[in-house]
Design a binder for this molecule. Structure first.
Ligand code: AMP
Length: 220
């Protein structure tokens, strides 16, 4: 199994789909927002800076995120592949990641774009709730991904809450950042012939089916 990079606009379902694939293929789900939330818990100057950027919907500095991701990938549980959710988010991160992979004799794997337009993504964001304990993500307006009990995580029983950055104006900034900074990453991996695109506005089961097909054909 090679690694899978999931790239998507905000609220396209990266977190949900990563969790499902992680269980199915028994490989770790590396979520950059979860890595950043752990770094915030340190309560130091860097943690405060990260919190501020995330709450505004801005990207956190490349140096911080690159170091967090590289440290995580070097852990033993990543040696048989992993799902990268939220990285690389701009060309500098992508080139740095490519160099790191080459230096460590690993394979770039595949890059999957979960595509969704701004209006659909905005609708979804209003229903999103997540678990601050285990990171599971739900959508109260979707029959596929709503929690079994309102406000309670199916997986660990903790209370669900809305993300600070899921407010409408911050969502707009995050979507603009995606168009400006992350879209060039797609072109970068398309040129390398490892980019696959999926319409993520379809129902979840169809999206999963298509990702699984790509993994089977391209990534075994
Ligand atoms: P996400 O949950 O992937 O939408 O990420 C939430 C927020 O975490 C983003 O709006 C950024 O503030 C920050 N973040 C996540 N991944 C990255 C990254 N690769 N580079 C910089 N900031 C990031």
């Amino acid at each position: 199994m090679k690694s899978i990079i999931l790239i998507a606009p905000p609220s396209a379902g990266k977190g949900t789909i990563s969790n499902i694939l992680s269980e199915e293929y028994s490989i770790p789900h590396i979520s950059t927002s979860a890595l950043l939330v752990s770094a915030i818990e340190a309560g130091d100057e860097q943690g405060n800076y990260i919190k501020k950027q995330m709450n505004l919907g801005n990207l956190v500095s490349d140096d911080i995120i690159i170091s967090l991701v590289e440290n995580r990938i070097m852990q033993d549980d990543c040696s048989n592949g992993y799902i990268l959710d939220g990285f690389p988010r701009n060309l500098k991160q992508a080139k740095s990641y490519d160099d790191f992979i080459i230096k460590n004799n690993r394979n770039l794997g595949i890059v999957v774009l979960l595509d969704i337009d701004r209006e659909q993504a905005k609708k979804r964001i209003l229903g999103r709730v997540s678990c601050s304990n285990c990171g599971a993500v739900y959508n109260i307006y979707s029959k596929d991904t709503r929690p079994r009990i309102v406000g309670i995580c199916d997986k660990c029983g903790s209370t669900l809450s809305r993300r600070e950055d899921d407010k409408e104006d911050i969502f707009d900034n995050r979507f603009d950042t995606y168009l400006k900074d992350t879209k060039p990453v797609l072109e970068h991996y398309e040129k390398k012939g490892i980019l696959y695109k999926i319409d993520s506005s379809q129902e979840l089961s169809k999206v999963i089916e298509q990702v699984e097909r790509i993994i089977k054909e391209k990534n075994d």
